[in-house]
Design a protein around this ligand. Structure first.
Ligand SMILES: *[C@@H]1O[C@H](CO)[C@@H](O)[C@H](O)[C@H]1NC(C)=O
Ligand SMILES: [Zn+2]
Ligand SMILES: [Zn+2]
Length: 332
C-alpha cells in the first residue's frame, strides 16, 4: 500500500472513531428520563384524600434515576439558594422531599445541595413563573440526591396547598426514557458508518495483500521463465578455448571484464552476440541474472532470437568497440 493510501485510511478510521465517541456522549447528554409524580393530599374541607398521578417531571441530568416517596416541604425562601434556607418540617421527618423554585441566580446544584444538607431525600424544582408547565433537563453536577423538575403551574399548586398547611405526599417514580429514538438513531447511524469504514479498510487490506501476493507470484514466474530463456541462450553462445599463441594471450593480453584477470592459454571463453567475450565461468552466472552483456548492455535473448514478450531491451548486432580494454573478438 502506498503511504498516502494508508494514511488516508487511518485518518478515516480516526474520524470515524471520534465521531462514534462524540455521538455516544451526545446520546448520554440528550437522554431524557421523565418522572411520574403521584401527588396525594387530604382536602382540608372534606377531609378526603385525593391523589393524582401524572408524568409531569423530568429527572435532572445528574440525578439518580430512582423512586422516592415522601412528604413535601417548601424551601423558605422558596428559591432555596442560601445555606440558611429553612425547611419547616417535623423533627423526626425522614425521606422528605424539598420543593424549590427555579431561579434567583443560584445553580441547580446549589439548591439541591442545600436541600440535601437539610436532609431531603429528593428535590423537586418547579420552573420559573411564565414557563407554564414546560420543563427543562437540569444539569447539576456535584449532587447526589434525586432531582426532578416540574412545571410552574404544578409547582404553584403544591406551594398553595403547603401554604394552606395541607400535608402533601409525593411518590416520584421513574417514567419513560424520552428522546432516545434520536440519540439511539445517531449511535446506530455512526456505528453503522464506523462498521462500514472498518469493513472497507479491512477489505482494502485484504484486496491489496492479495494483489501484491499475486504480483509477487507473477514476478517470480516471470523471473523463472527469464532464467530458463537465459539458460537456453547461453547454450547457443559460441565457446572458444584459448591456445598458446592466441592473440588474446601473450604480452598485450586482454583482461576479462568480470574477473579482471588476464586471459591465458587454456581459458574457456564465451563469445556474446555483440562479439564481447569473457571467461565462460565468469559470464554465465552474470547472464543468468542480467541477460545482457556487461560491456555494452546488449540483450543476448533478443540477439539470439529467444522470444520474450515482456522484454523491451534493444537488440544488439555484432559491432566494434573502439576504446575499451576488451578488443573485438576477431575470430568471428
Ligand atoms: C398514588 O398514591 C396513593 C396514596 O399513596 C395510592 O393510594 C395510589 O395507589 C397511588 N397511585 C398509583 C397509580 O400508584
Ligand atoms: Zn573472468
Ligand atoms: Zn557486448
Amino acid at each position: 500500500m502506498g503511504p498516502l493510501a494508508s494514511r488516508d485510511v487511518f485518518s478515516w478510521l480516526l474520524v470515524a472513531s471520534v465521531l462514534q465517541v462524540s455521538s455516544v456522549r451526545l446520546a448520554q447528554a440528550s437522554y431524557l428520563c421523565t418522572a411520574y409524580l403521584n401527588i396525594s393530599y387530604t382536602h382540608p374541607e372534606t377531609n378526603r384524600t385525593t391523589w393524582y398521578q401524572e408524568e409531569m417531571g423530568l429527572y435532572g441530568q445528574d440525578s439518580p434515576k430512582a423512586s422516592v416517596v415522601g412528604n413535601v416541604y417548601l424551601a423558605d425562601p422558596i428559591y432555596g439558594c442560601e445555606e440558611d434556607t429553612v425547611y419547616s418540617r417535623p423533627n423526626d421527618s425522614r425521606g422528605w422531599i424539598a420543593l424549590i423554585q427555579r431561579g434567583s441566580g443560584c445553580t441547580f446544584s446549589d439548591k439541591i445541595n442545600v436541600a440535601a444538607m437539610n436532609g431531603a431525600a429528593a428535590a423537586i424544582i418547579f420552573n420559573d413563573f411564565g414557563a407554564e408547565n414546560r420543563v427543562i433537563q437540569m444539569s447539576h453536577p456535584g449532587t447526589s440526591i434525586v432531582a426532578v423538575m416540574i412545571g410552574n403551574y404544578r409547582g404553584m399548586e403544591l406551594v398553595q396547598l403547603r401554604v394552606k398547611g395541607v400535608p402533601v405526599s409525593i411518590a416520584i417514580e421513574v417514567g419513560k426514557q424520552h428522546g432516545p429514538w434520536m440519540s439511539h438513531y445517531s449511535v446506530f447511524f455512526v456505528s453503522i458508518s464506523f462498521f462500514i469504514v472498518t469493513a472497507a479498510t479491512v477489505g482494502y487490506f485484504i484486496f491489496y495483500s492479495a494483489r501484491r501476493l499475486t504480483g509477487l507470484r507473477q514476478q517470480n514466474r516471470k523471473q523463472k521463465k527469464l532464467k530458463a530463456e537465459a539458460k537456453k541462450a547461453i547454450g547457443q553462445l559460441q565457446v572458444r578455448t584459448l591456445r598458446q599463441g592466441d592473440q588474446e594471450t601473450g604480452p598485450d593480453a586482454d583482461t576479462c571484464a568480470v574477473c579482471i584477470e588476464l586471459y591465458k592459454a587454456g581459458d574457456v571463453l564465451s563469445v556474446l552476440t555483440c562479439n564481447h567475450f569473457f571467461h565462460r565461468s565468469c559470464i554465465e552466472p552474470w547472464l543468468l541474472e542480467h541477460r545482457t552483456c556487461p560491456m555494452c548492455k546488449c540483450d543476448i535473448l533478443k540477439a539470439l532470437g529467444v522470444e520474450v514478450s515482456f522484454h523491451t531491451r534493444t537488440v544488439c548486432r555484432p559491432r566494434h568497440i573502439q576504446k575499451t580494454s576488451i578488443r573485438r573478438y576477431k575470430a568471428l
